[in-house]
Design a protein around this ligand. Structure first.
Ligand SMILES: [Zn+2]
Length: 499
């Protein structure tokens, strides 16, 4: 079948533009000198346009029309069928959104991003508010162009978590609230907070790096197919086949920051690195969705990296690097990475409180997109919800409604992915424990291979071939079920906080 090979060659050509784009992006975030940014951004824009034109070309339309014929599609293998489906979905999506809207969004968000930074610096929401209004107007237009059945917000959710509906997210949230708000109160009122003073302070950067490398070694990160660098906000980027790069940030105040950022990003990287070579340079060569990706990073960061079996192993490693930990037991070190706090910032939230930060953002976004509230009311609504879910009120808007960059980028519908990632991770963990009874003794020996292989067989090897909810169903035998997360959290923290 020659035509399918021609199509793949065409997709590979598009992918090569994407590889160049990724490399420029990575460079901008890591090593590019300040004065290069202006011109480099122009190069990015130029290449993006070329990539876009190749994707929406007549040639692409011809290929997709050809493979849409039933007698042709029927004879393709499963992988190629999935490839056509994913390429077609992306093509249809781009076609539906008018080019003028794409331009307007790009321009508006560029300006909005600056306004957001100013607003945050000056603690003045009114600087950002008019830009936010304009973004919401455009994002609503985008949702309307994409189309939806019941709720306009569904169209936006689908961009990040294909097939997920607003009603499903609402049901999940209701369940989490019912089971976790009271638990959190009890934990903080009756529980005994562990010590964590030994993690605080200015640790030597080179030694912090050594610790990160130790964690990467444990996770079998392949340095012949990746790198570790530093950036302001840690991230993972796939440049192309056999090149997945992660970054971390070495804090001068807390040793945990770089360690868990590195583990988190390596969780993303293992996913990308384990996608099979047959998918290379095609749209299948990426994760199933944002939330499934986040399930992998959160799995490593929290479920493994913040577990006792891991610390039974890792405490000996950390003590070899830092003398100050010598007198502490592995249990002390384990408890010290599991502190629960009512915190203002989503990015600093622990496992127990993290999802509350997402719930309030989801509820606000859904209401904004469906014209149930106005941006003028936002600071007040934000603070009310913080009080209700987390029991604290931000002292100012910079630490409240202005804390995240997402809205200034027009990324409405993105936040729920973080929460779903946590839930997927717990559900996968429950199945993994059944499938690998030796998982905890493996971890205690510093052996992560059985876990990595399990993730590879069940998740990674499918790339973008299978849609997220179908994937979870196939692996665990049921659809997304928040009960696993609630059980995991309540069992773990009841023990740590001794309640
Ligand atoms: Zn992540």
């Amino acid at each position: 079948m020659e035509k399918i090979d021609n199509f793949k060659e065409y997709l590979a050509k598009i992918s090569r533009y994407e590889q160049a784009l990724s490399l420029i992006y990575w460079d901008l975030e890591t090593y590019a000198p300040d004065k290069s940014v202006y011109y480099r951004s122009k190069a990015l824009a130029e290449l993006s346009e070329m990539r876009y034109n190749l994707f929406v070309s007549n040639k692409m339309a011809e290929f997709l029309a050809y493979f849409a014929q039933e007698n042709i599609l029927r004879d393709l293998n499963e992988t190629d069928k999935a490839l056509i489906k994913v390429a077609d979905k992306e093509f249809e999506k781009i076609k539906k959104i008018p080019a003028k809207l794409v331009r307007n969004l790009a321009e508006t968000t560029a300006n909005a991003n600056l306004a957001w930074k100013q607003a945050k610096e000056n603690d003045d929401f009114s600087i950002f508010q008019p830009y936010l209004d304009e973004i919401i107007r455009l994002v609503k237009e985008e949702a309307d162009s994409l189309g939806y059945e019941k709720n306009r917000y569904d169209a936006l959710l689908d961009l990040y978590e294909p097939g997920l509906k607003t009603t499903e997210v609402s049901e999940i949230i209701a369940y989490l609230k019912e089971n976790l708000i009271l638990f959190l109160n009890k934990l903080l009122e009756e529980g005994k907070e562990p010590r964590d003073d030994f993690y605080k302070g200015n640790f030597d950067m080179n030694k912090q790096k050594e610790l990160s490398l130790e964690a990467l070694k444990f996770m079998n990160f392949d340095f012949s197919s990746g790198r570790l660098d530093t950036s302001v906000h840690p991230f993972t980027t796939k440049i192309g086949p056999r090149d997945v790069r992660i970054t971390t940030k070495y804090s001068t105040e807390d040793l945990r920051y770089s360690l868990f950022s590195t583990i988190h990003e390596c969780g993303h990287a293992l996913y990308e690195l384990n996608i099979p070579a047959v998918f290379f340079e095609t749209p299948l060569d990426e994760g199933a969705s944002m939330a499934i990706h986040e399930s992998q990073s959160r799995f490593w960061e929290n479920i493994i990296g913040r577990s006792l079996p891991f610390w039974n192993y890792f405490s000996t490693r950390i003590k070899l690097i830092f003398n100050s930990f010598k007198g502490l037991s592995s249990k002390d070190l384990y408890k010290g990475v599991n502190i629960v706090e009512r915190s203002l910032l989503r990015t600093e939230a622990d496992e127990v409180t993290y999802n509350f930060h997402i719930m309030l953002r989801f509820e606000i976004e859904e209401a904004l997109i469906n014209d149930k509230i106005t941006t003028k009311e936002l600071p007040l609504i934000w603070n009310d919800k913080m009080k209700e879910y987390l029991g604290i009120v931000p002292p100012n808007n910079s630490l409240g409604v202005l804390q995240d960059v997402h809205w200034s980028n027009g990324s409405f519908g993105y936040f729920p992915s973080y929460m779903l990632g946590n839930l997927y991770a717990a559900q996968l963990f429950s199945k993994l424990k059944q499938d690998i009874p030796s998982y905890s003794s493996d971890l205690e020996k510093g052996e992560a291979t059985s876990i990595i292989n399990w993730l590879k067989d069940n998740i990674h090897q499918y790339g973008k071939m299978v849609e997220p909810q179908e994937l979870i169903y196939r692996v665990t035998g049921e659809k997304l079920n928040p009960k696993y997360f609630v059980d995991y959290i309540t069992n773990k923290y009841t023990e740590i906080y001794n309640i």
